[in-house]
Design a protein around this ligand. Sequence first.
Ligand SMILES: Cc1cc2nc3c(=O)[nH]c(=O)nc-3n(C[C@H](O)[C@H](O)[C@H](O)COP(=O)(O)OP(=O)(O)OC[C@H]3O[C@@H](n4cnc5c(N)ncnc54)[C@H](O)[C@@H]3O)c2cc1C
Length: 460
Amino acid sequence: MSKSYDAIIIGTGQAGPPLAKRLSDAGMSVAIIERQLFGGTCVNTGCIPTKAMVASAYAAHLARRARDFGVTIDGDVRVDMKSVQARKAAISERSRTGVEKMLRGLPKCDVYTGHARLRAAREVTVGDETLIADRIFINVGGRAAVPSMPGLNDVPFLTNSSMMHIDSAPPHLVIVGGSYVGLEFGQMFRRFGSEVTIVEMGPRLVQREDPEVSSAIQDLLTSEGINLRLNAKCIRLGGRAGAIVAHVDCDDDRRTVEGTHLLLAVGRQANTDDLGLDAAGVSRDERGNIVVNDRLETNVPGIWALGDCNGKGAFTHTAYNDFEIVASNLLDGESRSVSDRISTYALYTDPPLGRAGMTETEAQRSGRTILVGKRPMTRVGRAIEKGETTGLMKIVVDANSREILGAAVFGTGGDEVIHSVLDTMYAKAPYPVLQRAMHIHPTVAELIPTILQELAPPAS
Ligand SMILES: Cc1cc2nc3c(=O)[nH]c(=O)nc-3n(C[C@H](O)[C@H](O)[C@H](O)COP(=O)(O)OP(=O)(O)OC[C@H]3O[C@@H](n4cnc5c(N)ncnc54)[C@H](O)[C@@H]3O)c2cc1C
């Protein structure tokens, strides 16, 4: 027996649930399928729990620095990892149950639990059920990539998902991967009391950023006692539970890192391998991402792919924006596309890095004549008052068109401050508009107009 719907949604990540609500509000019958935890990665093993843990790590760090602010704490500052995890779990759970409750409360929306597979272009199976619809929306997200690394099969390793269950700080956490996920976990566990070593194959951390931003992040982490092994060209793993050995040099076996736990943070892999895409004729690229056009339509009419699984973004806000694009095009008669959006994201170290648009390197490579404005956080009053002067801000503009091309705010409040620049970019306003804006004192954002008054050609 099969059941027919107006729409089937596979996955309850960041795009599926709001889409189910929009379609249901529009009077459509909807089936939504989740095989694991409602809310997906962000809610259960990504943004929300990690940022809750970053907040605990920040509290520990600030408590240790209490004397800097004239505050005395008698006795040691200790971290109770079980309580940290319980706080994080409660925050995630609230969100997860909220998503499930919302979906189950929608009129004409059936919620299925189980692994969904496409059987044909209009047909999805989940368990013993066969569902049919003219519109299928795939929102299956991704998981931690596990590369074929010598020795990896023989040692126990953690991913962002299994890290969620660790309720004591590992004595020595070795992290393979020096990008966003690795750095966030690295700094938080250092602050929870672990020794931490980050092993990165490339010559610097977060390599998509400008070298000076990478270098400021590197200085921050080393200042907190995190060990870095860069240029680890040939990583080979060995040892056993509790005594992990990472060989980090191709030729020299003596270059090893020994730790107690291993966290793999080397990227993400779309959950598209067991989805029946071939049966429906839906194309994937060589990385496993579902191929979509600018409107997030796959090569099969009536099938869309939203969120991390389409490779057009790797963030909660990109997945949610995918939902907005698809819903507007389908229900509001609009013509929105992915290429209208400006790249933006944050790295949640403390302080965070907020980013919008191009890096300086990308702007230079684009062949434009650019101007750059910069300011170290040591020259930002608000940062000095808060005792948080790590980092820098920089803005890149096109000297001829006066368009803002991009910005990086690595410093206290960087994840919020960046929106001052981002929204000006969306408004397509030339940089003098922001240069002449009056901002609130004392804030970090009040220096954005000043930075734009001090623009200069790049150093090289
Ligand atoms: C450690 C970490 C920290 C992060 N921090 C941030 C951050 O601070 N900010 C940010 O913007 N992004 C962050 N991200 C990225 C963010 O979590 C993802 O980009 C976002 O969750 C993607 O949402 P999605 O809707 O594409 O998929 P997901 O949230 O992954 O949801 C997909 C859902 O589909 C389900 N599913 C998969 N296959 C099937 C199937 N065959 N049948 C039924 N159900 C299926 C899955 O179980 C899952 O629930 C972080 C990621 C990680 C790993």
